[in-house]
Design a protein. Structure first.
Length: 279
């Protein structure tokens, strides 16, 4: 009985912690496409104080896209929700079955679908930002740098929609996949990288910057042992060359995945960036 009481107490604590944030309305498992018979989905987490702007979060690490209950994500994104942003976690076809070009194709379609359904989601299609870390940072950069106006001749209404975004925040992103793609040590660890190296240039953000790109914030730790900070250094330099509004924040001693004060500093900077460019 004592064990049962302890479990019940723990359950109550967890329940309180999960719901101790701004009130939200959750629209789960919105289907934005299908692949090999599988549904591609995103969630819409709308705070009661919604300001009409949306932040799309790339649910991607190593280009693995693992489902997480939206209720838990509401706590993770508490700062953005309390500021009035609608948060939209997007899932893509995951490694090891799918590769980086597939993941980018998926999230690109997701942005089109979100914009096409903007009225249903109570958001302004011209005030959408994207963010993510590591592989999610890579995908966020690609969405910002490789957007288009859609194909007016497409049979699919989603593909007729543009996928332009208004602001980007990328945490510790890999920006040049040309040396990573194909069979080798990297793809053994990250199977999404095991694709034709000839396609790597098309999904390497470092090769896609131009003056029309949206304002972009890069945040990277100088002790990152997985994705070297040089990735953000050269990306920021490229933005400067192309006259793209950008900022680069270094987290001293920060590794791959921020914790504690490092996470607070990064998340605070991200929030301010989106406030500046989406409100």
């Amino acid at each position: 009985m004592r064990k049962l009481k302890n479990y019940l107490a723990l359950f109550c604590i967890l329940t309180i912690s999960i719901y101790s944030f701004a009130d939200v309305t959750i629209k789960s498992d919105v289907v934005y496409g299908h692949k090999d018979g599988l549904a591609l989905i995103y969630d819409v987490i709308e705070p009661d104080n919604a300001n009409g702007a949306a932040i799309v979060f790339m649910m991607s690490g190593g280009w693995f896209s693992r489902w997480t209950p939206a209720e838990f994500l509401s706590q993770r994104f508490e700062d953005m929700l309390e500021a009035g942003f609608t948060v939209i976690p997007v899932y893509h076809g995951s490694a090891p079955r799918y590769h980086v070009p597939d993941a980018y194709s998926d999230v690109s379609r997701a942005i089109r679908h979100i914009k096409l359904r903007a009225e249903q989601h109570s958001i302004d299609p011209d005030r959408i930002g994207v963010t993510g870390g590591s592989a999610g940072g890579h995908l966020s950069l690609m969405l910002g740098l490789d957007a288009d106006m859609g194909d007016p001749n497409a049979d699919d209404e989603v593909m007729r929609q543009d996928n332009l975004v208004a602001a980007v925040v990328a945490y510790f992103p890999p920006v040049d996949l040309r040396q990573l793609a194909g069979p080798g040590s990297w793809s053994e660890r990250f199977p999404a990288l095991n694709f034709d190296p000839d396609r790597a240039a098309s999904i390497s953000p470092i090769l896609h910057a131009d003056p029309d790109d949206p304002p972009t914030l890069l945040i990277h730790g100088d002790a990152d042992g997985l994705v070297d900070i040089e990735n953000s250094v050269i990306m920021h330099e490229e933005f400067q060359k192309k006259n793209v509004e950008s900022q680069f924040i270094t987290i001293p001693g920060g590794g791959h995945g921020f914790q504690g004060e490092d996470a607070q500093r990064a998340d605070s900077a991200r929030l301010e960036w989106f406030k500046k460019h989406l409100l």
